[in-house]
Design a protein around this ligand. Sequence first.
Ligand SMILES: *Cc1c(COP(=O)(O)O)cnc(C)c1O
Length: 389
Amino acid sequence: MSTQKPDQPHGSTIAAKAGHYLDVHTGAIVPEIQPSTTFARDDRYQLINAANTYARDQCPTFVHAERVIADLEHGEECLLFASGMAAIAAVFYTLKPGNHVVLPDSLYWGAKSWIHQHCQRQDIFISEYPTDDASAIEEALRSHTQTQLVWVESPSNPMMHITDIALAADLAHQHGALLCVDSTAATPVFSQPLDLGADLVLHSATKYLNGHSDVLAGAIVTRDEHDLWNAIAQERHGAGAVIGSFEAWLLLRGLRTLYVRVDAASVSTQKIAEFLSRHPQVESVLYPGLSSHPGHQIASRQMHGGYGALMSFCVHGGKAAALKVAGALQIVTSATSLGGVETLIEHRHSIEPEANGIPDNLLRLSVGIERTEDLIADLDGALKSVSGV
Ligand SMILES: *Cc1c(COP(=O)(O)O)cnc(C)c1O
């Protein structure tokens, strides 16, 4: 379970109560949806509520969801975006030609491909470090004098590498750069990167924060106000990649059960990972909760109470066997994405380009909240159907 800020209730309490919501006018304990895109002025032409002008700037419904996410991440402020990628893009839009960024060599493919295209178009220099070796960030930082940003994604999707966030933050700060952590797979249930020294933490809120595979959203939380944060806020306001009120409200609704969903799924994932690591049809299991995982020690230091509900495993028999296993599953659905209450499996090699190095026998599993025994029986049956045992 995540650590607690001294002046705040535990994250599970904040999430369950959607902040500390109580409408003093109506007594309602559920926050309302405010769909209005514009907000009126009085007879002196003053805004009736100075915070609200136009919904591209801000709107009470997403401000409410932002406050809850900022508190869960122990941050100062949060901004919601139309998707995780819109949030990532907002960070990179603030960089200028000639700037330098340090990226992990293995990260979520959608982010990697967009960031590389964008930086190439904008003449922004990129250095890469091995995702599981934060000490290599030092060398990348030495290669340029003008590094603005160091990027971490831990655990990484789908290779499940662990990056030492505290070390990355130290190195970034020694060289005058800021650290942004994509903490989508770790979730605030298990990790608060800002407490480890990160300056920004980012989520594809489409995944665990919403948790029901029915909202696209992105979130960035800042530890404090700094120039980059103000530029990101300006970018969202100006370019308008905002979330809609209905989506923000659904996200808030999903957040209320964040802790029970993610805790249950993580407990299940640990059992499934242990089961698969003993299975004769399985070549290897990538899950930081296993003591055999190379990042287990670091993950144990920077994640509290669990290792998340995302894992990957490689099957014997190559690509054909992996695709057969996915196809033979009855309960687990073959689909992209992760973080929902239903278990999904994906053959990433079919999605990412060959050169990205995802093993062709790898299957990524996003574990949901179905009964663990049902999931294990489903996986066992599919693996056995391939081996012909
Ligand atoms: C899905 C994902 C994203 C992108 O988020 P969208 O909401 O799909 O735009 C970014 N980072 C990670 C780690 C992801 O899994």
